[in-house]
Ligand binder design. Structure first.
Ligand code: ZN
Length: 346
């Protein structure tokens, strides 16, 4: 874990300094692993366009990336491309991630619990870093990052969590990369800030961002570049995987025949939530995240192309999380907490 504070640029520099060799390897890998038919120069041009749009909307987060690039000794346009995954990621490449949320009557003590598995290529596991960041005047946050550039999941001192799932949309366009919108969620002081980041009009694409606050308000923001369906938690439980489930969003699915694995994890997650209704605790969630139905394509994923590289459970009311690296069935969860920020929750 890296603990850093300062201006946005200083925060970036500290990350770049600490992660220098990892970031240089990541940037080199990105250049070598270009999808078939994609030209590097074209990609750089598209990245420049995304960068220009990002500067007008999120200049502070562009400064963070600039700080990382300076300290890691990487050209800014190349490092920024690492954030623009929608530009180079093959549509068929589904990361996979499963989210399970419970609140109120569904949890043993009425608290709000957000659980998440994060599935990526197995080679990514050694690039993972846990960052505890206080940037500018923003609330402190704890986020899991690949190499220090871009955040996969986390929560902040204001009691806002950001987890969620990669979805493959068919309306990707030039704009602010979704990984930068996710950075903005981690800075949210209230749920509306987080929601507005998911709804950013100039976004290039989107995730299904699962956002929640310490009042127990939970949304699955099922988004594409041009549309987004905020799915509200129903009956105190919510689950989501990597395909569009709301009727208004289904036609944004890049390939409706590629969703099999996600459908199985999605329904399995709902079943586990129903069967454990009223009994859910952080410990019980850790057991559920290790579920092996449809192994190796299970919630605890052991597949070849993508595996669960980390998982976490967050209790928002007390700004506390349990985070485990690697497969949930093999990991040891470590506890982390943040000092609460902002008005008390009543
Ligand atoms: Zn397992």
């Amino acid at each position: 874990m890296l603990e850093i504070r300062g201006t946005h640029r200083e925060v970036g520099r500290q990350i770049g300094e600490a992660m220098k060799s990892r970031l240089q390897a990541l940037a080199a890998r990105e250049r070598e692993d270009l999808p078939h038919g994609v030209a590097w120069n074209e990609l750089l041009q598209q990245g420049q366009l995304s960068l220009a749009r990002s500067r007008t909307v999120y200049p502070q987060y562009v400064e963070e990336v600039e700080g990382i690039a300076e300290a890691a000794g990487l050209p800014m346009d190349e490092l920024f491309l690492c954030l623009c995954e929608e530009l180079w990621e093959p549509a068929a490449w589904r990361h996979g991630c499963t989210d399970l949320v419970a609140r109120g009557r569904a949890t043993a003590d009425g608290s709000t619990l957000v659980a998440h598995t994060n599935d990526l290529g197995p080679e990514v596991e050694e690039d993972l870093v846990l960052l505890k960041v206080q940037a500018g005047d923003e609330p402190e946050f704890l986020g899991v990052s690949v190499g220090g550039v871009g955040y996969s999941a986390g929560f902040n001192a204001a009691g806002i969590s950001m987890t969620g799932n990669q979805v493959s949309c068919n309306d990707i366009r030039p704009g602010v990369p979704r990984l930068l919108c996710v950075r903005a969620i981690l800075a949210a002081r209230r749920l509306e800030d987080a929601m507005n980041a998911c709804l950013l009009p100039s976004r290039a694409s989107n995730y299904n961002n699962v956002i929640a606050d310490a009042y127990g308000e939970v949304y699955s923001m099922e988004g594409s570049a041009t549309d987004c369906e905020p799915i509200y938690i129903d009956g105190d439980i919510l689950a989501h995987a990597n395909h569009y489930v709301s009727p208004p969003m289904r036609h944004f699915e890049a390939d409706r025949n590629e969703v099999g694995n996600s459908v199985i994890r999605h329904n399995r997650a709902w079943r586990l939530l129903r069967e454990n209704y009223g009994l859910l605790t952080p410990e019980r969630f850790q057991v559920l995240l290790a579920d092996h139905a449809n192994y190796p394509g299970s919630i605890c994923k052991h597949g070849l192309e993508s595996v669960t590289v980390f998982s976490l459970v967050i209790r928002l009311e007390e700004r506390r999380a349990w985070i485990g690296k690697g497969r949930p069935c093999q990991t040891t969860y470590h506890e982390y907490a943040l000092e609460p920020y902002g008005p008390p929750v009543s």
